[in-house]
Design a protein around this ligand. Structure first.
Ligand code: ARG
Ligand code: ZN
Length: 874
């Protein structure tokens, strides 16, 4: 059953107030829910019966204005509770019984390591009680939680605690009141034996906020980083967006079993442990950065999501795209902006472009869906953030801030649409964004084809840019979009040239943002005495593909001369891609581009270069990216070619790699600055390359780095280098030692799983099967599933795409197994199979067969059904 945006109707009934009482027991929970309801004055016509949503609930009683209703007055359909003949304003009390201890879907109220917790976005609240579970119904919540005091000393919900006390039988209660009206998806409850870490924050207007983190006792030492990140986020949102926190208390809880990264429940953010807990000894630099970004993301939702929320789930990117943009700005301000941009563009070009070109392609504002959980996608989040970034670029800092101020002021306390967001930006800036709105409506990645031509006699350089938006399922014949295209021109010495659009114009900046609005544009740049090298789409100014016939000379030139750091990196990537692709299907002794070696040598030898950028430039394009770039991918051939280039570079750069490695070592305190992060990254990259070619001296260095590391980045870097090498004994020893050292720490055990499952040496199918049988593996824990099954299918592409089809069959089997217990996770895991069209026929047929096997599973969940059926049709 498909739900359409077009069919949106305002709710017939509104909820003013919700009074909840939870009685938590070991064998279940009773939920008393009293709703103060009135007809929506804005709804048209005859309201009909009151309809409430429900899922897996056992209904115990229904009362209206205090009177128990006979069964004839309501219909309990399971997914709907209909109450007939209700007055214009009334109080409805519904009592339900649920079983959190048996909830393996991790939606609604469930148990994780002995504590009760919730996940209500998008439609989890209906698994707790009957309710109009849609985001445009906003109500004030009062929540009383009752539980055994010894087992659950900490009882939390949204807002401020207003009462607490003792009950009979060793039970106790706490009552919470949230003064801000909110949709049900922002509801949260936690009950457990948790340790509290406290801190405080003084807001810009001088209010004192009580900050608290709640974690299991074994994790107390892993809270400091997230707490500091929270305070940085609070300050940043005041400074950059003028947004002050609004409650007196802000809480973060860490839970081990969680489908996603984290959740922005009002005043009570709940996090996946792996996205909030960290210490120097257990978290890598990448983990620290991820935690900082997610803490900020969830905190920023308090305004972009909670104070102003979504009218319906088609508008999901209203809060997610905007909030990802905000957290990206924050991360850029906290670290290296160029590196952050490179990481975001890499994710977008590798995974979001693939999604946009696949069977599940959808616009940033989708027009229909079957299961909303399937639409928490890279398109909604990451492309949505790029769309907001483009508005930021088109308006400039000042007008964008004016627009966001207007948006928050105009819509505070409302549930609105992406169109309302764009309108606020238009109204504040005076700019016309009507064509720009197509970014929300059209799916698919626009393709820009760039041609150039230099007229020596006239001194004119002409750039012709054509755009096309490809067809996607259900959408054809698309219109040109409004694309900000940043560019610069370089002279033969690497000097930036003036961009003069008219011959007489005195205005000649060294960089311009051209605005593309038509299918074809021709730009003329005057007064150029030599043919320039174009630096196109600087900073990745729009989420588009650019085709331009770069020569290797031009790419080498840009790699060392472009003043735009992002485009330097990009030139290096394009060159490496070109070299790897040229080896596909070539003879084993085919020559490899020698200038690539010289380019990398220059990077390794010049300490005056920005080392954070160098560390990124030394990463070869991933197999996933190379697959995304091909039409009929042969993953085995891609893997071989990439490996050959890596080995060729490593052989020819042995001494430089060793020298680079030695330059990075020395006893310095562990720091999270971009420079220190770059040092560690360079060190482990150099090790990885050298071990890849079996370099004996590097083996000793890796063993030493592993044993002596004072932080997880270095230790895991060494482990990964060993695991991906042919030094089998060293690999086995390091893996055993690592597990022994960290077996008590689930987050590190997850790293240990993923390093193996993601490696072509340690992660062949039989070995992955063994990991599934390992005592630390747990099918009920999404992080474990992701770290083995997800890492195998997502990172270990050579093994997953084994030409015998065993990898596909394996994945299909695991998806079927998870479909019964946790459909959300099953549906995410199946994604690699849905890309079957990308692959050469011998692969794609077998991928389809595996998908068909999933399709034929009895009682397939709606989540997996939607993905599998759309991808088989596509
Ligand atoms: N709103 C959360 C965040 O982005 C994610 C919730 C995801 N929930 C889901 N059912 N997929 O911060
Ligand atoms: Zn979010």
């Amino acid at each position: 059953q498909t739900i359409y945006l077009e069919e949106y109707r305002v709710p017939q009934y509104l909820v003013e107030h919700v009074d909840l009482r939870f009685e938590l027991f070991e064998d279940g929970a009773r939920v008393h829910n009293t709703l103060t309801i009135q007809r929506n004055p804005a709804a048209d016509g005859n309201p009909g019966p009151l309809e409430l949503d429900g899922d897996s609930l056992r209904l115990e009683s229904v009362a209206l204005d205090g009177e128990q209703l006979p069964a004839s007055r309501y219909e309990d359909e399971g997914s709907k509770l209909r109450v007939k003949d209700v007055p214009a304003r009334f109080e409805l009390t519904v009592v339900t019984w649920i079983e959190p201890q048996n909830n393996t879907r991790l939606e609604g109220l469930y148990k994780s390591s002995g504590m009760f917790c919730t996940q209500c976005e998008a439609e989890g609240f209906r698994c707790i009680t009957y309710y109009p579970d849609r985001p445009d119904v906003m109500a004030r919540f009062r929540t009383r939680v009752e539980a055994d005091k010894a087992a659950y000393p900490v009882l939390l919900s949204n807002g401020n605690p207003v009462a607490q006390g003792e009950l009979d039988d060793g039970r106790h209660f706490v009552t919470w009141e949230d003064p801000f009206p909110k949709p049900s998806y922002l509801f949260a409850l936690v009950a457990g034996d948790l340790v509290e870490k406290k801190d405080r924050f003084t807001t810009c207007s001088g209010r004192e906020i009580d900050l608290r983190m709640y974690v299991e006792p074994r994790n107390v030492h892993k809270c400091d980083f997230a707490m500091d990140a929270l305070k940085r986020s609070m300050r940043w949102d005041e400074d950059v967006y003028g947004r002050e926190y609004d409650l007196d208390i802000f809480m973060i809880v860490a839970v081990d079993d969680f489908n996603m990264g984290a959740m922005e429940n009002k005043g009570l953010n709940i996090f996946n442990s792996s996205c909030v807990l960290a210490s120097q000894d257990t978290a890598t630099d990448a983990t620290f950065q991820r935690i900082e970004a997610i803490v900020a993301h969830e905190y920023f939702h308090n305004w972009s999501g909670n104070r102003v929320t979504c009218r319906d789930w088609f508008q999901l990117s209203l809060k997610e795209g905007f909030t990802v943009f905000r957290d990206a700005q924050f991360s850029a301000d906290m670290g290296s902006p160029t590196v952050k941009r490179i990481e975001d563009a890499t994710l977008l070009r590798t995974a979001q472009f693939a999604e946009d070109a696949g069977p599940m392609a959808h616009p940033v504002r989708p027009a229909s869906y079957m299961e909303i959980s399937n639409f928490y996608t890279l398109t909604i989040y990451e492309k949505g953030a790029e769309v907001v970034r483009m508005i930021h670029n088109l308006l400039g800092e000042t007008l964008f801030r004016k627009g966001s101020d207007l948006y928050f002021e105009r819509h505070d306390g409302q549930a609105v649409t992406t169109d309302d967001f764009v309108r606020a930006m238009e109204d504040a800036s005076g700019r016309d964004l009507s064509q720009f709105r197509l970014w929300y409506q059209q799916a698919g990645t626009p393709v820009l084809t760039v041609q150039d031509d230099y007229d020596q006699a006239e001194g004119i350089y002409r750039l012709t840019i054509r755009q096309a938006v490809p067809d996607t399922p259900g959408q054809t014949d698309k219109q040109p979009q409004h694309i900000p295209f940043a560019l610069g021109l370089l002279g033969s010495e690497g000097q930036p040239l003036p961009l003069r659009l008219q011959s007489e114009s005195p205005e000649a900046p060294q960089e311009r943002v051209l605005e593309l609005t038509r299918a074809e544009h021709c730009f003329e740049f005057h007064g150029l005495t030599e043919r320039p090298v174009p630096s196109l789409l600087r900073g990745f100014s729009a989420p588009v593909r650019v085709h331009y016939p770069w020569t290797r000379e031009q790419l080498l030139f840009l790699m060392s001369h472009d003043p735009d750091g992002f485009n330097r990196w990009d030139a290096g990537q394009r060159l490496a891609v070109d070299v790897i692709q040229s080896l596909l299907g070539a003879a084993d002794d085919a020559e490899i581009e020698p200038r690539l070696v010289e380019a990398y040598r220059a990077l390794l030898q010049d300490p005056s270069l920005d080392q954070a950028l160098v560390a990124k430039m030394l990463q070869l394009p991933s197999e996933a990216y190379l697959i995304e770039l091909s039409d009929s991918a042969d993953p085995a051939a891609i893997h071989r070619s990439r490996d050959r280039v890596l080995a060729y570079l490593a052989e020819n750069l042995r001494d430089d790699l060793m020298a680079c490695y030695r330059r990075q070592t020395g006893t310095v305190d562990y720091e999270l600055t971009p420079e220190a992060i770059a040092q560690r990254s360079l060190k482990s990259t150099a090790l990885g390359w050298l071990l890849h070619i079996g370099d004996e001296p590097a083996l000793e260095l890796a063993k030493a780095q592993y044993a002596e590391a004072d932080n997880m980045t270095d230790r895991l870097g060494a482990l990964r280098a060993l695991v991906n090498s042919d030094f089998q004994q060293a690999r086995t020893e390091a893996l055993a030692s690592f597990y022994q050292r960290y077996s008590e720490d689930p987050q590190v055990v997850e790293l240990w799983f993923s390093v193996q499952a993601g490696s072509d040496r340690a992660g062949q199918l039989p070995q992955v099967q063994q990991l599934l049988a390992h005592p630390a593996f747990d099918w009920k824990n999404p992080n474990k599933v992701r770290s083995v099954v997800g890492a195998f299918a997502g990172q270990n592409l050579a093994a997953f795409h084994n030409p015998d089809g065993s990898g596909y069959e394996f994945l299909a089997e695991q998806v079927c197994r998870l479909d019964d217990s946790n459909p959300q996770i099953a549906s995410r895991l199946v994604a690699p199979l849905t890309r079957w069209k990308k692959f050469a026929p011998n692969y794609s047929t077998q991928m389809r067969t595996a998908l068909e096997r999933v399709r034929d599973k009895p009682a397939l969940s709606r989540d997996v059904y939607e993905v599998v059926h759309k991808s088989l049709a596509g």
